[in-house]
Design a protein around this ligand. Structure first.
Ligand SMILES: [Zn+2]
Length: 204
């Protein structure tokens, strides 16, 4: 089969590595870039470079940030005594969009899923435990940890594991109220359901 030049083939190959992009779409995207104005195509390249060089996890909660601490951890109006544990930064954004929560967060960067090769030690759990422990020995103690993992098998299993880790530490552990359909995802829940879920949270 005839091939394009090496440079074009490389671009097609890179697009093809993106999730949900098959060979034909990769080719179409590559030709879109070829046809587009130089500044437009280079803006895409710059955006990719910037996101990989400037964005990093918050030192405290692992939310995405361009600074040492994210905008929530560095906001003095937030209550550091209540920590909401979420799987991904997008869950944090969904909960933030409700405006109903004034505590801080802890982002796990995933959920426990042995079949996918994700074990508890791959998540930011050590950092969470260290955070609760450090807060107890100085600074603002953590009064409550809200487990806001997704209401599905992996999320529930992860929440159960975390509750077990926190139990000996004597911190109050709650989880989002019912109302989120089982098997659903926080990121797709509508605002009023999420607001109720975080406001009417219950003991674990
Ligand atoms: Zn943070």
């Amino acid at each position: 089969m005839a091939k394009y030049s090496e440079t074009i083939e490389r671009l097609i190959e890179e697009f093809g590595k993106l999730p949900g992009i098959g060979a034909r779409t990769a080719e179409r995207l590559a030709f879109h870039v070829l046809k587009s104005a130089p500044e437009e195509a280079l803006a895409l390249a710059d955006a990719i470079r910037d996101v990989k060089t400037k964005v990093r996890p918050c030192k405290r909660c692992f939310n995405l940030t361009e600074n040492e601490l994210c905008n929530i951890c560095s906001d003095e109006r937030r209550d550091p005594g209540v920590v909401c544990v979420v799987e991904q930064p997008k869950d944090l954004l969904a909960l933030e969009s409700t405006g109903a929560y004034r505590g801080v967060y802890h982002v796990l960067m995933g959920h426990i899923a042995p079949l996918e090769g994700v074990e508890a030690e791959d998540l930011t759990l050590d950092a969470l435990v260290a955070r609760v422990r450090a807060a107890a020995s100085g600074g603002t103690p953590v009064r409550e940890v809200i487990l806001a993992t997704n209401p599905n098998v992996a999320g529930d299993g992860t929440a159960l594991h975390i509750a077990g880790l926190l139990e000996p530490m004597g911190v109050k552990v709650t989880r989002l109220a019912r109302g989120l359909p089982a098997g659903s995802a926080i990121e797709y829940a509508n605002k009023s359901i999420l607001t109720d879920a975080i406001t009417d949270r219950r003991g674990f």
